[in-house]
Design a protein around this ligand. Structure first.
Ligand code: NAP
Length: 270
């Protein structure tokens, strides 16, 4: 058994999409899993599917990260079951469709709890043990959105993803000498349940060449954190978009983004 086979990764939002794909790629590289999300039935069927292919220990935690006590409860579960977390993937996330002012405050607050507070608190809780062991791998699932003008999804999606990128950078730079790598993984459009859940039919129907698949995104993310890459933009096309947004006049890129946002918001299902 390799040294890595004894290690465990905790993945949030593993009941679908990129999180589910991460579960498989970490298993492939010899880690045990603790996977969490709200939908326990989905986690159970993913566990069964993975155990048919891989020999590993997989723990499931059904948890709503918009509850302020959720990170502590996940941490306590690991303590109670003597599970040492060596790697953390803060992947759970979603976008609220609509305009900033049209969303009630409780919905905004829950969004910030999942996308900011839970990310920081899970890192805060699990990092000290990684430091003690001289080994830790942390991925924060950010996005291409902060690299381009992206005012959609209630005006908060891009700002929280920018936070995740800068948070990853801070943790990576503060703890690199302790054997900790922290990467912000920044995919563009990826075929998952994300845009369907957000009711963004207009985006779902954009051409396939704009999209990546979640397994490729997850594999690239794992390679990035293992090699100590701080910020990864997935795929050549998304890297091109990020460069393009830097070099074309901001007025032009903002006006394209405004048009795109108006169109995608118009198609949002209420
Ligand atoms: N798809 C894209 O184009 C894209 C692009 C850039 C970045 N991302 C980011 O990638 C990450 C994964 O998204 P995805 O595309 O894989 O979407 P997805 O298929 O909709 O998966 C989202 C995951 O987050 C979990 N989740 C959502 N709200 C939660 C809550 N309150 N508590 C606990 N878990 C919660 C969901 O599980 P339950 O519903 O079972 O709780 C699900 O497992 C997100 O952070 C997203 O912002 C996606």
């Amino acid at each position: 058994m390799s040294e890595q086979a004894k290690r465990t990764v905790l993945i949030t939002g593993a009941s679908s999409g990129i999180g589910e794909a991460f579960a498989e790629v970490w298993l492939e590289s010899g880690f045990n899993l603790v996977i969490t999300a709200r939908r326990l039935d989905r986690l159970q069927s993913i566990k069964q599917k993975l155990l048919n292919k891989y020999d590993a220990k997989i723990d499931l935690i059904s948890m709503d990260l918009s509850e302020s006590e959720a990170p502590k409860s996940i941490y306590q579960y690991c303590i109670d079951n003597t599970i040492q977390i060596d790697a953390l993937v803060n992947n759970a996330g979603y976008g609220n469709p609509g305009k900033f002012e049209d969303i009630d405050w409780d919905t905004h607050q829950r969004f910030l709890q999942v996308m900011v507070n839970a990310v920081v608190e899970l890192t805060y809780l699990f990092l000290p043990n990684m430091v003690r062991n001289g080994y830790g791998r942390i991925i924060n699932l950010a996005s291409l959105a902060p690299f381009i003008p992206a005012p959609d999804m209630a005006g908060l999606y891009s700002p929280v993803k920018l936070f995740q990128i800068k948070f990853s950078e801070s943790i990576h730079m503060q703890y690199l000498d302790k054997g900790i790598h922290c990467s912000a993984v920044c995919p563009g459009l990826t075929r998952t349940e994300f845009h369907v859940a957000a009711g963004m039919d207009e985006v779902v129907n954009t051409p396939n060449w704009l999209w990546m698949d979640s397994k490729t995104v997850a594999k690239q993310g794992l390679n990035a954190v293992m090699s100590g890459k701080m910020i990864l933009i997935n795929g050549r096309l998304n890297k091109f978009f990020a460069v393009l947004a830097k070099i074309i006049p901001q007025g032009v890129s903002r006006s394209i983004a405004r048009t795109f946002t108006k169109r995608s918001t118009k198609y949002v299902k209420k």
